[in-house]
Design a protein around this ligand. Structure first.
Ligand code: ZN
Length: 243
């Protein structure tokens, strides 16, 4: 989308306070127009055709994920994980591999050994991940190296930008970059379902893309707090299925 392309190009030069003020203004104007579909898109709770149900006949699944956006969030991970542990939750922490902070291996080890999951959140988190196909292929290689290094299987793009066909370049088992509805996101078109869905592999464009398996993706409305987002994904590795 041209608007996003221009915005993310200029973003580093626009003061944060000004960005926030403009976004707030746009959001306030938008709010009245989207009250019928936000935060719940009517019909998104309907099971999709062919839905086989959750494993072991569980009634629903809840997944907690945290996108760690900066050094402040990084410093809070330990405390947040401790709080969740005490409450009996285990979540997924999505870290930016080449952003404003370096993820200490000790933190990743501490989290995973305590039952938490590590995910990869974009690469640079600059809104330019999907700018060109050629650029994305190069970035996908780097992302795949981080996935392997971190022993991670899940991915979420910065700002929930998505080009689902391209995700087949990533060595992931699931993606969390879509939502049922979110008119406030820069790429606002939603999938109108809270259930996981397959991202079909496109008809072979290259031989490489014809290989491998499909990827799942799904997202349910975010809990609008500073550090949390809540996603629903099919693999649900260490997360809870609820009776
Ligand atoms: Zn983010």
């Amino acid at each position: 989308m041209l608007r996003n392309r221009i915005y993310y190009q200029l973003k580093p030069f626009i003061p944060r306070a000004l960005r926030a003020a403009v976004r707030r203004r746009i959001a306030l104007r938008l709010e009245a127009r989207v009250q019928d579909v936000w935060p719940i898109m009517p019909g998104s709770e309907q099971t999709p055709p062919g839905w086989l149900g959750w494993p072991d006949d569980k009634k629903f699944a809840l997944v907690l994920t945290h996108d760690v956006e900066g050094p402040v969030g990084l410093r809070r991970c330990h405390r947040l994980a401790k709080l969740e542990s005490e409450l009996g939750f285990r979540s997924c922490f999505n870290f930016i591999p080449a952003g404003q902070y370096a993820v200490p291996p000790e933190l990743r080890e501490e989290l995973t050994s305590d039952g938490f999951e590590i995910g990869v959140h974009d690469l640079h988190h600059d809104g330019r991940l999907y700018r060109t196909w050629r650029g994305f292929v190069g970035k996908a290689k780097q992302i795949n190296e981080y996935l392997a290094d971190w022993n991670a299987e899940g991915f979420r793009s910065g700002f929930m930008l998505h080009k689902l066909d391209w995700l087949h370049q990533l060595a992931i088992r699931y993606d969390m970059s879509t939502f049922d509805t979110d008119p406030f996101e820069p790429q606002p078109e939603g999938r109108h379902t809270i259930f996981p869905f397959f991202i079909a592999r496109p008809r072979p464009i290259t031989r490489l893309m014809a290989m491998g398996t499909a990827i799942w993706s799904c997202h349910i409305p975010c809990l609008r707090t500073r550090l949390f987002s809540c996603s629903c994904v099919t693999k649900l590795p260490r997360s809870g299925f609820v009776n």
